[in-house]
Design a binder for this molecule. Structure first.
Ligand code: NAD
Ligand code: MG
Length: 401
């Protein structure tokens, strides 16, 4: 068995930590070559030591200095690489076989794309990369023979439920034959049953208190607004070549069915499991083999029911905005994602109210509608449009502060 040499982008985050947890259970299969972090350098140093990382990537010279101080002189220092370019270059490092793309936001796009362009095995958690640059990313996967494995639990579930037709061995690029619809499940988040009038006053901590999953703060807010599910609809569109009308969202409060594939003959295949990201991460790391993830037995008899409901678009306007953006085209998806990142940041730092998030996104989409008709042809085009949308969204947030 060939040992996979792994680069974990965003190792100090929620997905990053779960990835290291799975890797550490299989020292015969995986070794950690490189880790990256943007903040929490103390945590990075602890991880680098326990995983024996040979390289760490940090954002600036201050972080590099801090890492050196923390490390001390007793043992050999890992190579410290600095800056956004190093983050992406390390994804193409010949020593790396497998890249876990687990940075949050568009900040994770250049490195995820670099991994695809270098033909690596790419475990994609960073959904924003596909939302902002779906066609570029999928083109890079195809042209460079990368092996793309979706880690987002819904897409991992769908990947597992699709036919094992050989094409899947390489990457999920073709619409699979005989598939009628993809059924994406959503928990409904912490405000599934909160009175709509009360949403005006919810706090960041309430929005981040997800009933079933423990995640980073940005995706937790996205789950509360269901913009996360909207991003996932766009992600599913690119991963599985599915038209928007063939991707249905279902509210499933128990978060046990992680998503489903409905076939032309009426069969529906589902993947179930505990809400623990170590399951999809272990699936991606071990593929095509199944390896232990550390997730314990799941006693179905303790579950009395599985509920499925249609999402209420008045409660969750962000979901409707995401479908609109997907139908409008790639620039609208960039705008949606960028406006959301800005609005969520302003909400988390208490500068706008929760209910303003959807308004800022909606208004940003309207203002930028038609300002740039061309489909982005390059990473630079995507990042330029992303900046444009951030500027507009920041202005809208100021007006609403
Ligand atoms: P997190 O906030 O817990 O961690 C983010 C990581 O990215 C950290 O290591 C941080 O240092 C790094 N980072 C942040 N900003 C950066 C920047 N500008 N440049 C470089 N690195 C930066 O986030 P998370 O919950 O682990 O989510 C990571 C990604 O995975 C997101 O795209 C999210 O949507 C996706 N995802 C997460 C979950 C989950 O359960 N947490 C599930 C599905 C998908
Ligand atoms: Mg998900």
């Amino acid at each position: 068995m060939k040992v996979q040499s792994v680069y974990v982008l965003g190792s100090t985050g929620s997905i990053g930590e779960s990835t290291l947890d799975v890797i550490s259970q299989h020292p015969d299969r995986f070794s950690v070559y490189a880790l990256s972090a943007y903040s929490r350098i103390e945590k990075l140093a602890i991880q680098a030591e326990s995983m024996g990382a040979r390289v760490v990537v940090v954002p600036d010279d201050d972080a590099a200095l801090r890492f050196r101080e923390l490390w001390g002189a007793q043992r050999p220092l890992p190579e410290i690489r600095v800056g956004a370019q190093a983050l992406a270059d390390t994804a193409a490092d010949p020593e790396v076989t497998t890249v876990m793309a687990a940075i949050v936001g568009t900040a994770g796009l250049p490195s995820a794309l670099a991994a695809a362009r270098a033909g690596k095995r790419v475990l994609l958690a960073n959904k924003e990369a596909l939302v902002a640059a779906g066609s570029l990313f999928m083109q890079a996967v195809r042209e460079h023979g990368a092996e793309l494995l979706p880690i987002d639990s819904e897409h991992n579930a769908i990947f597992q439920c699709l036919p094992d037709d050989g094409a899947r061995e390489k990457a999920p690029q073709q619409p699979a034959a005989g598939v009628r619809r993809l059924l994406l499940t959503a928990s409904g988040g912490p405000f599934r049953t909160t009175a709509v009038e009360a949403l005006h006053d919810v706090t960041p901590d309430q929005a981040c208190a997800h009933p079933n999953w423990s995640m980073g703060r940005k995706i937790s807010v996205d789950s509360a607004t269901m913009l996360n599910k909207g991003l996932e609809v766009i992600e599913a569109h690119w991963l599985f070549s599915m038209a928007p009308e063939r991707i249905q969202v279902l509210i499933h409060p128990q978060s046990l069915v992680h998503s489903m594939v409905e076939y032309e003959d009426g069969s529906i295949l589902a993947q179930l499991g505990q809400p623990d990201m170590r399951t999809p991460i272990a699936y991606g790391l071990g593929f095509p083999e199944r390896i232990p993830s550390g997730v314990g037995l799941f006693e179905l008899m303790r579950m009395k029911r599985l509920d499925f409901d249609a999402p209420d678009l008045l409660r969750f306007p962000c979901l409707g905005l995401a479908y609109d953006a997907l139908r409008a085209g790639q620039n609208a998806c960039i705008n949606l994602n960028a406006a959301n990142e800005v609005a969520v940041d302003r909400f988390l730092t208490r500068r706008i109210r929760y209910t303003e998030i959807a308004r800022v996104i909606g208004e940003c989409l309207e203002r930028l509608d038609g300002t740039s008709c061309a489909v982005p042809q390059s990473l630079e085009d995507v990042l330029e449009q992303d900046q444009r949308a951030r500027f507009v969204a920041a202005e809208l947030c100021m007006l609403r502060a």
